[in-house]
Design a protein around this ligand. Structure first.
Ligand SMILES: C[S@@+](CC[C@H](N)C(=O)[O-])C[C@H]1O[C@@H](n2cnc3c(N)ncnc32)[C@H](O)[C@@H]1O
Length: 314
């Protein structure tokens, strides 16, 4: 992995709009209202890659997979990984619930039933976040099987968190690197006994991933690959100032922004770290395959349906 110039995470965080207030509400209405108002879309773009990665690990390990979401917030990735949902539908749901003047407790009761009503994928998902209200909500509505509100940037994991981390096969994150650094990843990995997990991270291009990749390599025989030639939109810039400062940082890093951030969006990249001997099992391109043109409108066609029969349809 290349180790180009770097800008300190703190400096980059200064340039980003501060949404801390949204992360500490008792339910996700405000989170979806504000972030989806800025077209925050990265969990939705990540879900296909996370689902494929869980598939690959299930096949490799021959059993149900345990996932840890770092910076899991209200269980957003868990909702999209477990259920056939998309972020627009969730954003609409929370806009509707917001307009209904409900208390946080009432939202949680409705959400528990809502999520339970979807066919769910058989995967265990645990979460780590600094926000106790977000973790409480996600566990309460059943999006997370367990969660811990701890800050591993500041202190080592508690005994309870260490126990929760046992058996984790896959660590995922979206929108969180920058808030967390190599310190959190190193502490999580050091706490996990047994088979080494895979680490799948979507990371804004402003944050240099090399220190995290290095810390992972030091924790065992991890190889980190970046999906080359592909970026994932995270959200629109919040303001002229945020846009200007992000472009300046990217310029400092020598990253070309034409057709990407210059068009008004944060862009993230995908990194996957795996034990060296498991890397050969599935190529990164298979896990994170990109189908250009998928979003165009096409006519009805012959295709393989869910019941493995080729039929004509949309
Ligand atoms: C932009 S949100 C992303 C949430 C979610 N992953 C998503 O994409 O919808 C960033 C999250 O990181 C969490 N966070 C901030 N500092 C953290 C830390 N030191 N350890 C764990 N989580 C942290 C915040 O509380 C917040 O929930």
């Amino acid at each position: 992995m290349s180790t180009g110039p770097a800008v300190k995470y703190d400096e980059v965080n200064e340039a980003k709009a501060n949404f801390d207030r949204l992360y500490f509400q008792p339910d996700p209405r405000e989170y979806y209202r504000v972030l989806c108002g800025l077209d925050y879309v990265i969990p939705d773009l990540a879900k296909g890659v996370f689902r494929n990665t869980v598939d690959a690990l299930e096949e490799l390990r021959g059993r149900r997979i345990k996932v840890l979401d770092i910076g899991c917030s209200y269980g957003n990735n868990a909702a999209l990984l477990r259920y056939p949902l998309d972020i627009d539908r969730l954003a609409q749901r929370y806009r509707d619930l917001d307009g209904a003047g409900l208390t946080a407790e009432q939202v949680a009761v409705l959400d528990r039933e809502y999520y339970r009503s979807w066919p769910g994928r058989d995967v265990e998902i645990v979460g780590l976040d600094v926000s106790e209200p977000a973790i409480d909500y996600a566990c309460n509505v059943g999006l997370l099987d367990a969660g811990a509100a701890e800050d591993l940037e500041r202190s080592p994991p508690s005994a309870r968190l260490k126990e929760m981390l046992q058996g984790v096969d896959l660590i995922v994150s979206t929108g969180c690197v920058g808030y967390v650094t190599e310190r959190t990843f190193a502490r999580v990995l050091a706490a996990i006994d047994g088979p080494r997990p895979w680490i799948a991270s979507f990371v804004l291009r402003m944050f240099t991933y090399a220190p995290i990749a290095r810390a992972l390599a030091e924790q065992g025989a991890f190889v980190t690959e970046k999906l080359d030639g592909v970026t994932f939109i995270q959200r629109r810039f919040h303001s002229q100032q945020e846009c200007t400062e992000a472009l300046a940082i990217l310029d400092q890093l020598g990253i070309k922004t034409a057709g990407k951030e210059a068009e008004g969006f944060y862009h993230a990249e995908f990194f996957l770290s795996r034990p060296r001997r498991e890397q050969a099992a599935t190529s990164l391109e298979d896990l994170a395959s990109v189908t250009s043109g998928r979003n165009r409108r096409y006519g009805s066609r012959w295709q393989l349906m869910g019941d493995s029969v080729v039929r004509f349809g949309r």
